[in-house]
Design a protein around this ligand. Structure first.
Ligand code: N01
Length: 502
C-alpha cells in the first residue's frame, strides 16, 4: 500500500484520508458508474484514482446510443446523481444528448475528467502480490490495490445472425452504432426489432423517411407515458430551491419502486395487473385497424419482457408510410429484406435494433485472480457475483451494475450509488488494517445464487416470454427481490460472507 496514511472511521463504515494519496484505485469505464466512483472516492479523500476508458469520450451508454429518439425511460430528475441534481432538465424524460452533457458537466465539476485515460481499453487485469496489475491495448500499465469495474450491462451490441446480411448493398448498422453520415430523409428504412430502442427510433424517424418497415419478431406491450417539457418556471423554481428537487426525487422514487421495481418481482401483484390493464387499454384504444391491432398484441403478460414506454409508437406505426412486417425474416438480399413468404421488402438503409449481449460485463478483458484463476473460466457457463458485486478469488475487485443486479425499472444511478456505498465499507476494512484482501466467499456466492434462482420463480419475467433478462437456463439474470430488499442488503456488508485475508 502507498506510504501515504489513509485512515478509516473506527466504525469501518466510512473513509477518510490524510495526505492527498492513499491506495490506488483503478476504475474501468468512464460511464455513469465510473464517474460516480471517482467522485465518491475523492469525496472520501482517496485521491489516488485512475479511470481507464476505451473510447475517446466519457458517458458510456449515452455516448454510444445516439440514435434518433434516444431518451431514458426513467424520469430525468430520478436518473441523476443524488449529489448533483440538475434543475435544468428540459423534459420529464430528457433526450440522450442532454443526459450525455449532464455526465460531462458532472465529470468536469468534480474534477473527474482529468483522471480519465482515454483510448485505453483494458486488456488484462492480474492480481499479483497483493496488487491488481493492469495493461491496456495502447501499452499503458498501472498497478493498484483496488479495482472498480464500471463496465456497464447494455454495452456490447448483439448482431443478429441473418443470412445475407453482408450482401445488402446499402448501409446497415446497429442502433447503438448509429451512422449519422447516412441520410435517412426520404429513404426507405427497415428497422429490425421491437425493443425500447426500436420503439424510440420508429417514433422519431417515421415523419422523416419515405417508408418505414418495422420487422417484428415478437410484439411488445407498450405503456403509454407522456413526456412533457419542464417549463421555465419550474426550472427556475428548482434553481432557487434545491430542496424542491429532493422532494420530487423522493416522490418519483416512491412511484417507481411501488409501481415498477417492487411490482415486477411478484407476478401476482395487483400493481402488475394495473400495468397489464394500462398496456391493454393503450393497444385497444390507440390502434384503429383491428387486424393491425391483433398483430401488435403480445401473447404474454405485460412486463414479462422489459416494459417499453412510449407515447408515440402506435401513432407512428399507423402512419401511411409505416408498415409492420410480422412475417419472419428469411434473409437479406442486395436490395432489401426477404421474408419467409418470399416477399422482398426493398430498403435503402437497415437498422438492427437487436439488443445487447448482456453476459459480458468485464469481458473480453482477461481477468486473472488469486492463484491464477481466470474469470473467463469461472464464468464459463454464465456470469455470477455475490450480491452482483464480488467474485470469490478476485480480491479487492468490485463491480457496479454487475451480474444479476437490479437492471430494470429503476434508476441504475440509484443502484450504483447504493452499491458504491456498500463497496466503501468493504474497502474500509482494508484501510483500517483489518485485512489486505477482501472478496466474497464461495459459500456466500453459492447461497446467494440458490436464493436468487428460487426467488426468481415468483417474478413476472418467468411468466412465459423470451427476453434479455433470461439467461441460458431461462432464469432471470436480475435482482428478483424488491428494491427495499436491495437497499437493505446494501446498507452494510455481512462480513461473515467475505474472506478477509492478510
Ligand atoms: O434491445 P432488446 P433494445 N431477428 O433486447 C429483436 C435499455 N434501453 O436495444 O423480442 C429478428 O430489448 C428482439 O426480438 P424478440 C432497456 O433496458 C432503454 O431495444 O427477442 N428480431 C427484440 O424485439 C432495454 O430493455 C431505453 O423476439 C430480432 C429486439 O430485437 C434494453 O436497453 C432505450 C433478432 C431487441 O430488443 C435493450 O433494448 C433503449 C433477430 N435475429 C434501450 N434478434 C430507454 O431508457 C433480436 N431481435 C427508453
Amino acid at each position: 500500500m502507498s506510504s501515504h496514511r489513509v485512515v478509516a472511521d473506527p466504525s469501518g463504515a466510512s473513509l477518510a484520508a490524510e495526505g492527498c494519496v492513499g491506495p490506488r484505485f483503478l476504475i474501468i469505464g468512464a460511464g455513469m458508474a465510473g464517474i460516480l466512483s471517482a467522485v465518491k472516492l475523492q469525496e472520501a479523500g482517496l485521491t489516488n484514482v485512475a479511470i481507464y476508458e476505451k473510447a475517446s469520450a466519457l458517458g458510456g451508454t449515452w455516448r454510444e446510443n445516439t440514435y434518433p429518439g434516444v431518451a431514458c425511460d426513467i424520469p430525468s430528475h430520478l436518473y441523476s446523481y443524488s449529489f448533483a441534481p440538475n434543475p435544468n432538465w428540459s423534459h420529464v424524460f430528457s433526450p440522450g444528448a442532454e443526459i450525455f452533457s449532464y455526465f460531462e458537466e458532472v465529470a468536469r465539476r468534480y474534477g473527474v475528467d482529468r483522471l480519465i485515460h482515454f483510448g485505453a481499453e483494458v486488456r488484462l487485469l492480474e492480481w499479483r502480490n497483493g496488487l491488481w496489475h493492469l495493461e491496456t491495448n495502447n501499452g499503458e500499465t498501472d498497478e493498484g490495490e483496488f479495482v472498480i469495474a464500471a463496465t456497464g450491462v447494455l454495452h456490447h451490441p448483439k448482431y443478429p445472425d441473418l443470412d445475407g446480411l453482408a450482401s445488402f448493398e446499402g448501409p446497415v448498422f446497429h442502433s447503438a452504432r448509429w451512422d449519422h453520415s447516412v441520410p435517412i430523409s426520404h429513404r426507405r428504412v427497415g428497422v429490425v426489432g421491437t425493443g425500447s430502442s426500436a420503439v424510440q427510433i420508429v417514433g422519431a424517424i417515421v415523419d422523416e423517411v419515405a417508408a418505414l418497415k418495422l420487422f417484428q419478431r415478437t410484439p411488445q406491450w407498450i405503456l403509454p407515458i407522456e413526456n412533457p417539457p419542464i417549463d421555465e418556471e419550474d426550472q427556475k423554481r428548482y434553481q432557487a430551491d434545491p430542496n424542491a428537487i429532493e422532494v420530487l426525487r423522493k416522490e418519483l422514487a416512491q412511484t417507481f419502486e411501488a409501481h415498477f421495481a417492487n411490482a415486477v418481482v411478484d407476478a401476482a401483484s395487483s400493481e402488475v395487473k394495473v400495468l397489464e390493464e394500462l398496456c391493454r387499454a393503450n393497444l385497444d384504444q390507440s390502434v384503429k385497424d383491428p387486424a393491425l391491432r391483433e398483430r401488435l398484441r403480445p401473447d404474454y403478460r405485460a412486463a414479462c419482457k422489459r416494459l417499453v414506454v412510449s407515447s408515440n409508437f402506435y401513432d407512428a406505426i399507423q402512419k401511411p408510410n409505416a408498415d409492420l412486417v410480422t412475417e419472419a425474416i428469411d434473409h437479406l438480399s442486395p436490395t432489401g429484406i426477404v421474408t419467409k413468404d418470399g416477399a422482398l421488402h426493398e430498403l435503402d438503409v437497415v437498422v438492427l435494433a437487436t439488443g445487447f449481449r448482456v453476459d459480458r460485463f468485464l469481458r473480453p478483458m482477461d481477468v486473472v485472480g488469486r492463484g491464477g484463476v481466470l474469470l473467463d473460466d469461472v464464468w464459463a457457463d454464465r456470469p455470477s457475483a455475490y450480491l452482483s458485486l464480488s467474485v470469490p478469488d478476485f480480491p479487492n475487485l468490485f463491480m457496479l451494475n454487475g451480474p444479476n443486479g437490479p437492471v430494470g425499472n429503476f434508476s441504475l444511478i440509484d443502484v450504483a450509488e447504493l452499491q458504491f456505498a456498500y463497496v466503501e465499507q468493504l474497502v474500509a476494512q482494508v484501510l483500517a488494517g483489518r485485512c489486505r484482501e477482501v472478496s466474497a466467499t464461495h459459500d456466500a456466492l453459492e447461497r446467494f445464487e440458490a436464493e436468487r434462482v428460487k426467488a426468481a420463480q415468483k417474478t413476472i419475467w418467468v411468466s412465459g416470454c423470451r427476453s434479455w433478462y433470461l439467461d441460458d437456463r431461462g432464469i432471470p439474470a436480475a435482482w428478483p427481490w424488491s428494491f427495499d430488499h436491495f437497499r437493505a442488503r446494501m446498507a452494510a456488508p455481512k462480513l461473515e460472507d467475505y474472506e478477509l485475508v492478510g
